[in-house]
Design a binder for this molecule. Structure first.
Ligand SMILES: [Zn+2]
Ligand SMILES: [Zn+2]
Length: 318
């Protein structure tokens, strides 16, 4: 779970109470509050209380100046749930910046690019330190990058809202098209391949780099590097090699299990102790968790193919 989510929710509730009246709607002409890059994108949850990422994370060193992304009025400066937060009201949308030690007072008018505080460490993100920038209109989360599209193109907030709705619609349609995955048919057929919590499920997610909905075709199990990876079932190793995206990748063919032809795939390992052609047994240690390839931290990406089709691994796991 993203530690910033609770904070953002609390702050936005607080802000709703602080904002008086309806400010005039204007086209917000924005710029990044820190130079970036974006290391985690906007991924609004399906439901208000669901998990997701209600803003963007921009990599920046602790101590960096944080600037107002657009003209506005400072509506909150303070600490919420232990995190320093600055909120700027831009009219009908508002920015939440955290963790930021504010250097401005509530009620102060700020221009786009004006320094409003200093970044401090503490936001969990795929970099050493990050600024979390959230954007809301009323209770609705918007993609903050919609204010600063390529070449600083001006975008009306209404357009941003429509874009978010369209993405949510695409995601719902894609999820429906994926069907039920393994379902009860496969339950318990596979052993858990590593001790660790599921930190990212199977399904469509907003890709932090490509900025579009893509299928996350497996589950991510978070575990310290070096944690043993175990074969999910008896089988034969059909692939064990390094590639740029998966890092050290292992594929085990299990033959017919639960009525379908099953293969399991393991990504991002430090390495594997088995070779192509090796026979493995359920629970046998075959490698160790790592962070090779396209990975931002130690975890095992585990996926299941049933009759050649990517399915949600979770229903298959014991
Ligand atoms: Zn964040
Ligand atoms: Zn993954």
């Amino acid at each position: 779970m993203h530690r910033g989510l609770v904070v953002v929710s609390l702050v936005t509730c607080l802000c709703a109470a602080l904002v008086l009246g309806t400010p005039p709607a204007w086209a917000v002409d924005g710029s990044l509050p820190v130079a970036g890059p974006v290391v985690r994108g906007f991924d609004p949850p399906e439901v208000r209380w669901g998990s997701g990422h209600r803003g963007v994370d921009l990599e920046a060193p602790a101590g960096a100046d944080v600037r107002s992304p657009a003209d506005g009025v400072v509506s909150f400066v303070g600490v919420v749930a232990g995190r320093p937060v600055v909120v700027i009201d831009h009219g009908d949308v508002r920015s939440t910046l955290e963790p930021v030690e504010g250097s401005v007072a509530v009620g102060a008018r700020v221009g786009r690019g004006d320094v409003v505080g200093m970044l401090v460490a503490g936001h969990a993100c795929p970099a050493a330190s990050c600024l979390h920038w959230g954007l809301k209109r009323g209770d609705e989360y918007l993609d903050p990058l919609s204010l600063v599209t390529a070449g600083q193109v001006r975008l009306l907030p209404d357009d941003a809202t429509a874009a978010v709705r369209e993405r949510a619609r695409q995601r719902a349609a894609a999820l429906a098209a994926l069907g039920a995955g393994g379902g009860a048919l496969g339950s318990g057929v596979l052993a858990r391949p590593a001790d660790g919590a599921v930190t990212s499920r199977f399904g469509m997610r907003f890709h932090p780099i490509f900025h579009e909905w893509r299928l996350h075709a497996g589950v991510d199990l978070s575990a310290p590097c070096g944690t043993p990876i175990r074969a999910a079932a008896d089988g034969v190793v059909t692939h064990a090699a390094y590639d740029a995206s998966g890092g050290w990748r292992l594929v085990i063919a299990h033959g017919s299990l639960g009525g379908v032809d099953l293969q399991t795939v393991y990504l991002h390992a430090q390495g594997y102790s088995v070779r192509v052609g090796a026979t493995v047994t359920r629970g046998q240690v075959v490698g160790s968790v790592g962070s090779t390839g396209w990975s931002t931290g130690c975890h095992l990406h585990f996926s299941v193919k049933a009759d050649g089709r990517q399915v949600d691994p979770e229903p298959w796991l014991a």
